[in-house]
Design a protein around this ligand. Sequence first.
Ligand code: B12
Length: 161
Amino acid sequence: MKVLLTTPPYSLEDRYGKKLKHFGGDAEPLGLAYIAAAVRHINHYVEVIDAPVQNFTSEMIAQKAKEEKFDIVGITGFTPAYSRIKATVEALQKILPKLIIIIGGPHGSILPEETIEDLNIDFIVIGEGENTIKELLTTIECKGNFHDVKGICFKENVQIS
Ligand code: B12
């Protein structure tokens, strides 16, 4: 499967405003890098976008997922970036209604049920994700039982085509 991992487009201007944006800095998305390594370890193709650094908008992320035929998009994020996470999910769902979307990171870990309901997405990975993402991808691929995957919250009527 092809897995695209991304940070939400949460720019320095979003964080610090127009006047102070030049004083802020971006940090490498360490959590996504760990997840990418785990995905690669079980031989799936994986790419990472660091949206604010690479100047990707939500629409550009969705366009890339569509053009390059990704099966799954994973988005990381903390609560202050929630509106950007939501905008990215909406952009993806608009042009790829059947795409599997997984949210990980602090926000989804803290509010899994509320987030899954608000975003109408398939899966939230709660807490440390390296082992969970491997189990989850394998279960998706083999059409297994999501109740057997530890550390996820999922939509009860999840449909994987
Ligand atoms: C180090 C750190 C920082 C560093 C980041 C350095 C860096 N290079 O990343 C600095 C100081 C820059 C920082 C800044 C901020 N931080 Co900070 N930070 C932390 C800290 C202490 C550790 C984060 C970390 O690196 N963990 C290690 C990595 C490997 O773990 P991880 O990112 O959580 O990823 C794992 C899982 O979450 C999961 N996962 C993550 N993403 C995904 C995606 C998918 C698809 C999947 C399946 C799984 C998955 O799997 C990963 C591997 O196990 C945490 C507290 C904590 N103990 O977690 C707070 C924390 C993440 N920070 C927080 C916040 C709020 C911020 C700021 C927004 C603060 C602010 N107002 O400016 C900024 C945002 C910076 C930005 N990038 O825009 C909050 C988030 C709370 C929330 N509700 O979202 C935390 C939880 C602290 C807290 N308790 O309040 N932070």
